[in-house]
Design a protein around this ligand. Structure first.
Ligand code: BEZ
Ligand code: FE
Length: 310
């Protein structure tokens, strides 16, 4: 045994447990020499809170087994196309908490962030302003979106790459729906010198999050519906500015006040008004809607999130 190994296998204090009351301190002591300071801090807090949780609810052994089974099933239900772990975090409000802890605090003027969700894909098709993200037949009312991005002083931000993705009017993303072509209702735009980008789409519908796995079981056990209100996702990226990941919600949607993943903040609800007269795209008939939205990006670090699916 080399010196490093023998040091690691002989803690400063004994790990022998005397009773229930001594477990937490013994575990914290065993982890106290973690060289990485942030890992040491995070794990110590995690252990303290997990132990406090078990004590507070007086967790039974049956409940412990059930919890472990749920964790295993979350892993087994996840693959390249579906991320059950993120869905679980979303459904208990944890994703939104982490998102708001890390964005828009301290009186920041940037647009409120909203959770990335499990459906962002990298490499959505570059699309010119005024273009359409309807890439295969998608019945439903047309939507014309016109948006502008500025800095906190109201100056236009040109050259922002804006990724847009949304569900169809039947509430499905293209990767969930064999009737939609690859990358339908996804597109990447670039703001013009006045900070504007604009495109045509279809009006999204609210939709249920996937309920075939342990998260669905939990929602049913809690008498909760699985719906999200209709929304569009935006990921705005420009070097020198904090990447903005957000969602814009269609005003008036019946699920605005009860989003299953707690993604709605007041400023992200937009007035999606019904257009009058002929549609702005001459070849389209039927009802159409207009959505205008302004985004604010703050100076900061530009970084892309990990795509939850391929
Ligand atoms: C979404 O908006 O795409 C989403 C967010 C959380 C869970 C499921 C879907
Ligand atoms: Fe979504």
């Amino acid at each position: 045994m080399d010196n490093e190994q023998s040091a690691a296998s002989s803690p400063k204090h004994s790990s022998i447990i005397t009773d229930e009351g001594s477990v937490t301190a013994v575990v914290l002591d065993a982890m106290a020499d973690t060289p990485n300071a942030r890992l040491r801090e995070v794990m110590a807090s995690f252990v303290r809170h997990m132990h406090a949780f078990a004590r507070e609810v007086q967790l039974t052994e049956e409940e412990f087994d059930l919890g472990i089974d749920v964790l295993n099933r979350i892993g087994q239900a996840s693959n390249d196309l579906h991320n059950e772990a993120i869905l679980f975090s979303d459904a208990i409000g944890f994703s939104t908490l982490v998102c708001l802890l890390n964005n828009g605090r301290n009186g920041a003027t940037e647009t409120a962030s909203a959770l990335l969700g499990p459906f962002w894909r990298m490499n959505s098709p570059p699309t010119p302003n005024g273009g359409s993200i309807v890439r295969s037949e998608t019945p439903g009312p047309a939507l014309f979106a016109s948006c502008r991005i500025t800095d906190p002083q109201g100056r236009p931000l040109a050259g922002v790459e804006v990724d847009v993705w949304q569900a169809s009017p039947v509430g499905l993303y293209e990767n969930q729906d064999a009737n939609q072509s690859e990358m339908n209702l996804r597109g990447k735009f670039m703001t013009d010198p006045d900070g504007r980008f604009w495109f045509r789409s279809v009006k999204p519908a609210g939709y249920p999050v996937p309920t075939g796995g342990p998260v669905g079981d939990l929602l049913r056990a809690q008498n909760r519906h699985p719906y999200r209100p209709a929304h569009l996702h935006f990921l705005c990226f420009k070097p020198g500015y904090k990447t903005l990941v957000t969602q814009v919600f269609v005003g008036g949607d019946e699920y605005l006040g009860s989003d299953v993943v707690f993604g709605v903040t007041e400023h992200l609800i937009c007035n999606c008004r019904q257009g009058e007269g002929t549609t702005p795209a001459a070849h389209l008939a039927g009802p159409w809607f207009q959505l205008d939205h302004a985004f604010v990006m703050e100076p900061g670090e530009a970084k892309l999130p990990q795509p939850p699916i391929k």
